[in-house]
Structures are given as C-alpha cells and as structure tokens.
Design a protein around this ligand. Structure first.
Ligand SMILES: NC(=O)C1=CN([C@@H]2O[C@H](COP(=O)(O)OP(=O)(O)OC[C@H]3O[C@@H](n4cnc5c(N)ncnc54)[C@H](OP(=O)(O)O)[C@@H]3O)[C@@H](O)[C@H]2O)C=CC1
Ligand SMILES: O=C1CO[C@H](CO)[C@@H](O)[C@@H]1O
Length: 364
C-alpha cells in the first residue's frame, strides 16, 4: 500500500517560475553551511550567487569548494550585488541583530537559521527589529522538510488514522564532545538542538489550539563535558487545564547515550483508527481494521542535506507567490516560548504555562 509518494515529500522546485532570479547570498560559511546548506542547494540546482564570512579564509575556501562566483568578508559589499535576491543567514544568534541592521541598508528577504534566538526575549527583539527595518524574515526550521517528517505530516493530513490524540518522540544520540560550541552553550540540548523536536511537535499538531503548558525534567550526569543537562523529558498539554483535551504530546531526548548502536530518532502518532510511526528512513502505518498488518514504506532522501533545500525552496516559493514565509517570526516565537518554558520548568520544578512566557495569539 503506497500511501505517500516521494514526489509528495521530497523538496520541489516546480512551483517557482524562474529559480535563477533568486540568487542566494550566504552569510556565515561555517560548519552547517558547508555540510548541509550548500550541498543541498547544489543537489537541487539553486543559484548560489555569493558568500560572506567575517573570516576571509572561511569565505574564500567555501566559495572555492562550491564554485560560488563571488565571496566577501563585508556584508555591505554583498548587498551591492544585484544578483543577490535572498539572504541565507547561517550564523549564531549573537551577531544576528547587527547583521539585520546592515541588511536594512538594501533590504533582501532573509532566511535565518533555527531558532530565531535561544530565548524568547532575544527572539522578540530580532523579530521586532526586522519588522521595523522592513525586512522579510523567515526561520529555517528545516527539520519540517526532512523526508520522514514531511511524509509523516502528509500521512496525518490524509486522515488515514482518524482523529489524532497522541504524539510521542523518542530521540537518542550523543553530543557530549568536549571543546565544541554546543557543550559550552547554556541549555543547548533544549534551546538549540531540542528545538527541532519541539517545533515538529507543534507542526504535527492537527488542532487549531497551540500548546498550553509543559512539564519538563532533565538530568545531568556526574561526569560530563556539557555545562548543562543533555537529557530531557517533556509532557506537553494542549487546550484548557483539566486533562480533557483530545490531544497530548510527550518528548524525550537522551543526547548523552554513548552506545551508538542504541541511537534512534523516532516519532509515534496515534489516532482513533490506527497508528503511524517513523524513523528517519522508514514510515510505518498500522490500521485498526487491518489486524496484524504493518504497512512499511522506505523513504527516499534524508534530513541532511535534503531538508535544507526543502526549507529554502519553500521560502523562495512563498516570495514568488507574494506569501508570508513558511515559518514566520510569530510561528517561531511559539516554538521558542516552549523551549523557554521547558528550561524554566526543569529549573524550577513546576508546570509552566505558555501565557507566562508569551502572550502571542493561538497558532503562529
Ligand atoms: N540542523 C540545523 O539546522 C543546524 C543548525 N545550526 C545552527 O546554525 C548556526 C551556525 O552553526 P555552525 O555552522 O555550526 O557554526 P560555525 O561557528 O561553524 O559557523 C558560523 C560562521 O559564521 C561566522 N560569522 C560570525 N559572525 C559573522 C558575521 N557577522 N558575518 C558573517 N559571518 C559571521 C563565523 O566566524 P567566526 O567563527 O570567526 O566567528 C563562522 O565562520 C547556529 O545558530 C546553529 O544553531 C547548526 C547545526 C545544525
Ligand atoms: O541538528 C542539530 C544538531 O546539533 C547541532 C549542534 O551540533 C544543532 O545546532 C543542530 O540544530
């Protein structure tokens, strides 16, 4: 039973009339740009016009490696290039405000690496400043375009498993390597890496109500390199208090599991008519009425790098059609509100309401 096809879940460029009109300028030629953004754009034939980094060596070697026609260490020089139609911002949150202000001299739409910032106050500031400066700003929550996550989302939308009542995520990996920026970052596992799964939990939610409250617990090993916990468990409630809303989610992320053969990244979605679950390369479905049958579909593509083309293509498609970015500032603020609440919940040992953190509307 083929309930989802590759053309449904893989990145598509057929919606864009002339892709060459959308020259991309990359700001930040670091690790993720070189290992995911640029390989993805090359694979899907996107036009990379220029790249920029404060480090001359990073800008030059990246340009050479990917055959990018122009490179610079100066954002202002980038903005003078007529062929630059879109900015791909792949730098850490700290310099983003200053870079946005430079971009306002000759505004271009900006797709910014996820999340907009590591806490709600900083994210709000960046969002408000982008609006004030007249910059179209979208957020690159590219995990939404990972083949497994797109396929799962489409299967949910097809209604094959009835009314969804539960989403559960279980992630096991290892990122306790000494010396890397993430082991030195405050609450990294929740606010920087975990934010993918928090955002996906909101993305898969089929109801109009956004998340309402969260209870998160963490643990910190006696001997670990990271300055903060690398394991969390979060129970997310939707709708009013009282436990009678028809949908709930739970998220568990153990990022300090040394035995790599035990690693996995799995979602389970339960509905009144059946269940869907996926790893990163396979989507499964079991329907109540088809007893003892599991429908199993091997998926094409992978998160790294395909999803990075998916998010950029969706951003360009929205620009082409005069629509809002696929992940707006408001949408991302709801996700960051949840990671901010998870940190507060684990540190203070209590349930944290969304409204304590963020007073924005229902769905972003
Ligand atoms: N799946 C995903 O979506 C992933 C997302 N990320 C996100 O991407 C961002 C970047 O991560 P990563 O690539 O690992 O980081 P890196 O530190 O490897 O790269 C960032 C690069 O940007 C440069 N830079 C800093 N400030 C500026 C500026 N003002 N203008 C131009 N270049 C600048 C840095 O130079 P210098 O080092 O000299 O400061 C560095 O070369 C982070 O926010 C991270 O959370 C990262 C990994 C995966
Ligand atoms: O997916 C991810 C993996 O970890 C990175 C840090 O190394 C995160 O920044 C990132 O979002």
């Amino acid at each position: 039973m083929e309930f989802i096809r590759p053309e449904d879940y893989l990145p598509r460029k057929s919606h864009i009339s002339d892709l060459n009109r959308y020259g991309i300028a990359l700001i930040g030629c670091g690790s993720i740009a070189n290992t995911a953004h640029l390989p993805a754009y090359r694979k899907y034939g996107l036009h990379i016009a220029a790249c920029c980094d404060v480090s001359e060596e990073a800008a030059r070697t990246t340009a050479e490696k990917f055959g990018i026609p122009r490179w610079t260490t100066d954002v202002n020089e980038l903005l003078q290039m007529e062929e630059v139609a879109v900015i791909d911002m792949a730098i850490h949150p700290a310099p983003r405000l200053e870079v946005l202000r430079s971009i306002s001299q000759a505004p271009r739409p900006v797709l910014c690496q996820k999340p907009l910032a590591m806490d709600i106050k900083h994210a709000q500031l960046l969002g408000e400043e982008a609006r004030r400066l007249g910059i179209v700003l979208g957020v690159n929550q590219q995990a939404r375009w990972a083949p497994a996550h797109r396929a799962l989302k489409l299967a949910i939308e097809q209604g094959l498993i009835g009314e969804i009542y539960s989403i559960h995520h279980y992630m096991r990996s290892f990122q306790d390597q000494a010396g890397w920026w993430w082991t030195k970052m405050k609450n990294f596992n929740i606010v920087d890496h975990g934010v993918h799964y928090v955002d996906l939990c909101r993305y898969f939610n089929p109801y109009p109500e956004d998340w309402s409250r969260v209870h998160c617990t963490t643990a910190q090993l006696r001997e670990q390199n990271a300055i903060d916990p690398l394991i969390y468990s979060a129970n997310v409630e939707f709708g009013p208090k009282g436990g009678r809303h028809p949908f709930m989610a739970s998220l568990h992320f153990n990022n300090i599991a040394k035995a790599n053969r035990s690693h996995s990244n799995t979602w389970w979605v339960d509905g009144t008519e059946g269940s869907l679950w996926c790893t990163q390369d396979t989507l499964y479905m079991a329907i109540n009425k088809h007893k003892n049958v599991i429908h199993e579909m091997k998926l094409k593509g992978s998160w790294f790098p395909d999803a990075f083309a998916g998010s950029m293509l969706a951003f360009i498609t929205a620009l082409d059609q005069g629509q809002e970015p696929p992940v707006t500032i408001e949408d991302n603020l709801q996700t960051i509100a949840m990671t901010t609440a998870m940190v507060a919940s684990s540190e203070e040992g209590r349930v944290v309401e969304r409204t304590e953190i963020w007073s924005g509307g229902e769905r972003g």
